[in-house]
Ligand binder design. Structure first.
Ligand SMILES: Cc1cc2nc3c(=O)[nH]c(=O)nc-3n(C[C@H](O)[C@H](O)[C@H](O)COP(=O)(O)O)c2cc1C
Length: 219
């Protein structure tokens, strides 16, 4: 009897693990990030700036991989810790990525982009014209379920202070990566959140904080 229960337990764990780790055809499997090279930090800081004019060029898959790893990837796998700090290490920020081919969410543990849907909602991530034309927009979302907020619970602005701070570190990582890679970006607070949240399929306890447009700068 005991043995039967144990094997059932292992079967359940195996099944659940394969479900959570499941990769689907629409997901984007990112190549391993390149963790060497780039511009020296002081040069990247000197070149950091906001860009609002972009060519129509896409980022390469390697650039996308490096961008997301720099932003909020795992840099100490044994502790599951990240390239940006996080208050009490709660790691409640999720990065959603809007492309022409749809909406994806970054799974840092597996370093893949999981597709949420296949609609182009880039223009809904902001109010400025360049937003819908740039190759991608990152949308930073605080998953307040990790702060014990249930769906329907009110979330006061004051309860988001740490999440905004956490998000700022991630956005600065993106700025520095872009400066290092001769890409352009701008972090944005002007977001029609009431329109965007339902288009992203967010729960009421998932709060949009900021967005960041990334692309190849028009010289
Ligand atoms: C919290 C925050 C929100 C911002 N929101 C927007 C925005 O909605 N649209 C925009 O074009 N720039 C936005 N910016 C970028 C600022 O306008 C920009 O950082 C500032 O003009 C200084 O330029 P620099 O980043 O090139 O130094 C935002 C910056 C921050 C930190």
């Amino acid at each position: 009897m005991k043995r039967l229960c144990l094997s059932r337990f292992f079967l359940t764990v195996f099944f659940c693990t394969s479900l959570t780790a499941g990769v689907f055809a629409q997901d984007i499997i990112l190549p391993a990030p390149l963790k060497q090279g780039g511009k020296p930090l002081m040069q990247a800081l000197n070149e950091r700036q906001s860009t609002r004019t972009f060519t129509g060029d896409e980022l390469s898959l390697q650039q996308l991989s490096d961008l997301l790893w720099a932003a909020w990837g795992i840099n100490r796998p044994s502790e599951k810790k990240r390239t940006a700090p996080s208050a009490r290490n709660i790691q409640e920020i999720d990065i959603y990525v809007t492309f022409q081919k749809g909406l994806f969410v970054y799974d840092a543990q597996n370093h893949i982009l999981k597709q949420v849907h296949d609609r182009d909602i880039r223009s809904l991530t902001g109010t400025q014209d360049f937003v819908g034309k740039a190759p991608l927009n990152l949308v930073y979302v605080a998953d307040m379920a990790k702060m014990n907020k249930k769906e329907g619970d009110p979330v006061a602005d004051s309860e988001l202070l740490w999440s905004y701070a956490n998000c700022g570190f991630i956005a600065q990582n993106v700025y520095l990566y872009c400066a290092s890679e001769n890409l352009g970006c701008v972090v944005r607070g002007l977001i029609p959140k009431d329109k965007l949240a339902p288009e992203m399929g967010l729960r009421s306890n998932q709060i949009i904080l900021l967005a960041q447009t990334v692309g190849v700068p028009q010289k």
